[in-house]
Design a protein around this ligand. Structure first.
Ligand SMILES: [Zn+2]
Length: 235
């Protein structure tokens, strides 16, 4: 197994990895994700406010209805002929009038309070809507910048990939397939040297003696811990 060719491949692959990482860690990507979360949050809030407003409007309708009923009752009483009433009837009428008048004043206050609440919800809704619109606009800009960045990196990536294809031919196909699989799983570097005689060059896990002798025999082994290839560095 020719380790040198694989190392040569990986050295070039490192450049491709760096370009990919630059895009993956782009501040635009981070910002776009944040904005998407914010947009979602404000959207949820809008729906909540809408539901609240609907409930409140139903309450207001109910209050209005009660107010109208009370008012009609009061008007009806006022139009009654009091000349024909007995003293008890007049007393009863007076008590009822007072009760209805009290009801009306309570209902009026409730209606006023509900109107204030609905105005508050409306203001809150407008504020939330504005936040959503802002987040949405910024998201589009960010996404555009990220797409531009990605697109700008394509020629360089294509160039490296083409060179990699050439180098690939000098590597054992089985090892190459395995390398690519690891690379796809975001394992990089894929192949690392054995360090201090018995440690994985990446995760520093101490390797058992049996693994070391297998490494000496085959030239390459897989680290049980970080799944990387370990090779024996020529001194
Ligand atoms: Zn390891």
């Amino acid at each position: 197994m020719n380790i040198e060719n694989l190392l040569k491949y990986q050295k070039l692959d490192q450049e491709l990895f760096a370009v990919e990482q630059k895009i993956a860690n782009s501040p635009y990507r981070k910002k776009a994700n944040e904005l998407a979360t914010l947009a979602k949050k404000t959207q949820t809030k809008s729906v909540e406010l809408e539901t609240e407003a609907e409930k409140l409007l139903a309450q207001i309708e109910d209050l209005k209805e009660k107010y109208a009923t009370n008012k009609a009752q009061a008007d009806k009483m006022m139009s009654g002929k009091i000349e024909n009433m007995t003293v008890e009837e007049l007393d009863k009428l007076s008590t009822l009038q007072k009760a209805i008048s009290k009801n009306l004043s309570v209902l009026e206050k409730m209606l006023q309070k509900s109107a204030e609440n609905i105005n508050h919800i409306l203001a809150e809704f407008n504020k939330t809507k504005k936040l959503y619109d802002q987040a949405r606009t910024q998201y589009v800009t960010c996404k555009q910048k990220l797409d531009e960045q990605t697109k700008a990196s394509e020629p360089e990536k294509a160039k490296i990939k083409k060179q990699l294809e050439v180098l690939e031919k000098d590597v054992d196909p089985q090892i190459m397939a395995d390398y690519k699989k690891k690379r796809n799983d975001n394992i990089f570097p894929v192949i690392v040297p054995l360090e201090n005689g018995n440690f994985c060059g990446r995760c520093r896990m101490e390797l058992p003696k049996v693994a070391i002798s297998r490494l000496k025999e085959k030239g390459i082994i897989t680290c049980e811990h970080c799944k990387r290839y370990i090779y024996l560095k020529q001194e």
